[in-house]
Design a binder for this molecule. Structure first.
Ligand code: PEP
Ligand code: MN
Length: 286
């Protein structure tokens, strides 16, 4: 692979394990489950997600506060107020959080409230942003560009690594093709290839790939079967009411069921889905 000297596998069994909190990491035997709504909408919404998903369990809570929307008239995210909500829920539930950073100016505030910074698909080739998160000492979740080749994806990760941040997790989230029945095409071939080419963890987002909630669970199980290190899945206390990506959001009940259904699949490929005891539930709600 062209000049990806930091990301490339040097010997076939070397794997980078990235720690997201004291007891959560990605890239080892345990499958990482990231769950939560597309957008942070309110404290009540995020509290509901965090308290219901303890039993799944999810290890990382997601929720966008700076939203890259196709239309400038669509909800653009709660911004700083949303970041404060994430910080509150993170503290109350002792649950690491990931959220998207869309510009260099947002990095400092996002890094102060989140455990992992997400670079969204639309910014995978925003090289100044990649260089800037390369200088942050927090893990980065790099999503594949809408029409990025595997090589471009790896070289985007290489930008972050070469600017000093070794903690990069790649996320396959589907690529554009001709068929609009699914929102995107989940490229599981890329997951298999990436696991052979690079030593960094690779997770899969079946939600943005499918675009339809009824396709998400089967794609999630397929992703684990083919060697993904984790999943990022959108879910919401009232899926139909989601302010963004409602059509692909799972209910919290379906999210719990999905996580349980992953166990035999993970076991079949020598992996493990953590059980709920690693989750420390709400201590005190102020
Ligand atoms: C998201 O995860 O909320 C998101 C916007 O995803 P993507 O960048 O993959 O479209
Ligand atoms: Mn979304």
């Amino acid at each position: 692979m062209l000049n990806a000297k930091l990301a490339a596998q040097s010997h076939s069994d070397h794997r980078t394990i990235i720690k997201l909190s004291e007891n959560v990491s990605v890239g080892g035997q345990d499958i990482l489950i990231v769950g939560g709504p597309c957008s942070v909408e309110s404290l009540e919404q995020m509290e509901s997600v965090a308290s219901h998903l303890g039993e799944a369990p999810i290890q990382v809570l997601r929720g966008g506060v700076y939203k890259p929307r196709t239309s400038p008239y669509a909800f653009q995210g709660m911004g700083e107020e949303g970041l404060n909500i994430l910080a509150t829920v993170r503290r109350r539930h002792n649950l690491p959080v990931v959220t998207e950073v869309m510009s260099i100016a947002q990095i400092e505030a996002v890094a102060a409230s989140a455990d992992m910074l997400q670079i969204g698909s639309r910014n995978m080739q925003n090289y100044d942003l990649l260089k800037a998160v390369g200088q942050v000492s927090k893990p980065v979740l790099l999503k594949r560009g809408l029409s990025a080749t595997i090589e471009e994806f790896v070289l985007a990760a290489e930008y972050i690594l070469s600017h000093g941040n070794p903690q990069v997790v790649l996320c396959e989230r589907g690529i554009r093709s001709f068929d609009s029945y699914t929102r995107n095409v989940l490229d599981l071939g890329a997951v298999v290839a990436l696991k052979q080419l690079i030593h960094l963890p690779v997770i899969v987002d079946p939600s943005h790939a499918a675009g339809k909630r009824e396709l998400v669970a089967d794609l999630a199980r397929a992703a684990i079967a083919c060697g993904a290190d984790g999943l990022m899945i959108e879910c919401h206390p009232e899926p139909e009411e989601s302010v963004s990506d409602a059509r692909q959001a799972l209910s919290l009940e379906d999210m719990v069921k999905l996580v349980h259904s992953l166990r035999p699949v993970a076991a079949a490929v020598g992996r493990r889905v953590p059980v709920a005891k690693s989750y420390r539930p709400l201590l005190q709600c102020v």
